[in-house]
Write a protein that binds this ligand. Structure first.
Ligand code: DUC
Ligand code: ZN
Ligand code: ZN
Length: 471
């Protein structure tokens, strides 16, 4: 039996359109868009008068039940995808993680198990590749061609743990670029950072603010420059995750101006917070221990400008939650691991549920982004860069009916208390925002209706992704 839903009279906004119309949804996809569409008596009707109708958000950088060293992030697919849904995000891209001496394809299987029966929104995986050799390169090719995993994250930081060397990056760029996939880089010069950490600890500097002092923006700029050179030489596109520093942005702008296919995301925490939080020796500062760390107020202004003028293409959360209180909801090895040594604080912060709202409020409402650009950054561009477009990332006939109905005028206050993440704090605690998620539809099924949860953890589907669609 086919299911039909009609959304009436909403203001439909995509990366390029802005008009009022009805949307007819049949069997998970958009069947028709038009004025005064007819519908049967038994069809579900949603009146979206006065509402914005966006494509569902795509957060292409999350860490659900990801283990780094001894610490596992506080959200699994159950809590994390529910938080995503309540925040208007209908697709996430998380990470498959290549363990030591574990094959790429085996690691994909392990990641798929993590999500099984736990995903309330659609999802895919980037693969974090730690060993580049003949076997892993061959399996990366199979991952792209057969498994729908077409992007790989490589680390230029964390030597001895995650870091790969420049030759590895170059080989991976060549292979993945040739197969139509995308290499993402964590661009920080890990070797020099390790030296700065050793020097700080030797001087007895153990409090969380030294996390920031040992990861200077210059070292993000250097690694970004190096990553771009390697991509240029390999004739492959490249994507920089969590770009935070002016020095890095400058490299991206320069390369794009020369026509090199370089793309980059920034994250809400870099847009709304700055390095002034790293003051005093209180452990509270650990809330802001993420990599790269927060930067200057000037850098923040530059990031907003870069989003507006297409120097940056995506806002993703890098949702990597660790609790401040050891044992919260039974989670162990959280932020307090680094009570006496900042370098042991697990790196990351929450943000998945708040992304759409804070960027709408801080960007569109404050006049920093047009409403079309907002959609492009939050949904369309991640879909295009990571092989999901046009199935996702837009509202068009034939696309998946992933839709966010959003009230542009309702004010509300953000808090970890009304957030579905397991994390025990929110960076946005107490912030008043204008603009609220009202209804969320995933492939034609209403999963959020105001504060009510209608979704379920079996409805989210793994998304096999295609090739990077150059733009
Ligand atoms: N990089 C990420 O993308 N997330 C968490 C930690 C890190 O270094
Ligand atoms: Zn990273
Ligand atoms: Zn991350």
């Amino acid at each position: 039996m086919s299911s039909v839903m009609i959304i009436k009279n909403g203001r439909i906004v995509t990366a390029v359109d802005d008009y009022t119309a009805d949307i007819l949804i049949e069997n998970e996809r958009i069947k028709c868009i038009g004025e005064n569409l007819e519908h049967g008596l038994d069809h579900e009707v949603i009146d979206a008068t006065g509402m914005l109708v966006f494509p569902g958000g795509i957060d292409c950088h999350t860490h659900l039940e990801n283990t780094f060293g001894d610490s596992t992030t506080a959200d699994d697919f159950l809590s994390g995808t529910k938080a995503a849904a309540f925040g208007g995000t209908t697709t996430i891209l998380d990470f498959a993680f290549q363990g030591k001496d574990v094959g790429v394809l085996q690691s994909i299987e392990d990641a798929l198990k993590r999500a099984e029966n736990k995903a309330s929104v659609d999802y895919g995986f980037h693969m974090i590749t730690r060993q580049i050799n003949e076997q892993s390169l061959a399996e990366m090719k199979m991952a792209i061609n057969d498994e729908g995993i077409s992007s790989f994250k490589l680390f230029m930081a964390y030597p001895g743990k995650m870091m790969v060397d420049d030759a590895d990056i170059f080989q991976a760029l060549k292979l993945v670029g040739n197969c139509g996939g995308m290499i993402s880089l964590h661009a920080e010069n890990g070797i020099v950072i390790e030296q700065l950490i050793r020097e700080a600890l030797a001087q007895g500097h153990t409090s969380p603010r030294y996390h920031s002092l040992t990861r200077p923006s210059l070292l993000e700029g250097e690694a970004t420059h190096r990553g771009i050179c390697l991509a240029e030489l390999a004739e492959a596109p490249v994507y920089f995750v969590h770009l935070s520093a002016m020095e890095a942005l400058k490299q991206v702008v320069e390369a794009r101006d020369r026509g090199i296919p370089v793309f980059a995301e920034t994250c809400p925490h870099y847009l709304f917070f700055d390095e002034s939080v790293y003051q005093g020796d209180s452990f509270e500062v650990a809330k802001y221990v993420m990599s790269p760390p927060l930067r200057s107020k000037e850098a923040q202004k530059d990031l907003w400008r870069a989003l507006k003028f297409d120097d940056l293409q995506v806002v993703a959360t890098d949702h990597c939650p660790y609790c401040m209180k050891e044992g919260h909801l039974g989670k162990i090895n959280q932020k307090p691991l680094g009570k006496n040594d900042f370098s042991k604080i697990p790196n990351g912060a929450p943000g998945l549920q708040d992304r759409m709202t804070v960027v709408f409020d801080g960007g569109v409402k404050k006049g920093k982004l047009s409403i079309n650009r907002f959609v492009e950054l939050m949904s369309t561009n991640p879909a295009k860069i990571f092989g999901l477009f046009p199935r996702k990332g837009t509202i068009a006939v034939g696309s998946d009916a992933d839709i966010l109905i959003f009230d542009p005028n309702e004010k509300h206050i953000l808090s970890s208390k009304n957030n579905y993440s397991n994390c025990d704090y929110s960076l946005f605690e107490g912030r008043e925002v204008t603009g609220r998620v009202k209804k969320v539809i995933l492939r034609g099924k209403k999963i959020v209706d105001n504060q009510e949860w209608l979704g379920n953890s079996r409805y989210g589907n793994f998304q096999k992704r295609g090739q990077f669609c150059g733009f």
